[in-house]
Design a protein around this ligand. Structure first.
Ligand SMILES: [Fe+2]
Ligand SMILES: [Fe+2]
Length: 146
């Protein structure tokens, strides 16, 4: 079975590709695809992954910083949701989203995941992976694409 780290990294890559696409096509449709990928990812990490990491005192600061970055991504995303794709700020907002997501992904992949791998047993990581996949599936069923 894939580890939680492989699952999350694969989703990071999918989001990065979609953001590149959004920067090329400038469409709101592509933005909604980004949102549909990003929302369950952020929520799943917050519900199932970060709380386990927060139990380790050495990871607490790293995780609280990650929450702040999630909030920044969510706030940029909700601004985009209320904008028209043709509006003058659209392109710069998409770029802002790109910078914010890229930065957060780098921190997770280079700092959070290696620390988590040290702190969590393989069994625990596998349990989180299964819970994450279940959560992601039911989230997508409850929030179908518009
Ligand atoms: Fe992530
Ligand atoms: Fe994250």
């Amino acid at each position: 079975m894939e580890t939680i780290y492989d699952i999350l990294k694969a989703e990071h890559k999918q989001v990065a590709d979609l953001i590149q696409q959004a920067m090329r096509d400038g469409s709101k449709e592509t933005f909604f695809k980004i949102k549909a990928k990003t929302e369950p990812h952020l929520l799943g990490e917050e519900k199932l992954f970060y709380p386990i990491l927060e139990e380790k005192s050495e990871l607490r600061e790293l995780v609280s910083h990650a929450y702040e970055e999630h909030n920044e991504i969510k706030s940029i995303s909700s601004e985009l949701e209320s904008m028209d794709a043709g509006s003058p700020n659209w392109t710069s907002k998409i770029k802002e989203l790109n910078e914010s997501v890229t930065h957060h992904v780098e921190e997770e992949e280079n700092k959070v995941f290696p620390e988590a791998q040290r702190a969590l047993s393989d069994d625990k990581a596998q349990q989180i992976a299964q819970q994450y996949l279940d959560f992601s599936k039911s989230f997508k069923q409850q929030h179908p694409m518009p």
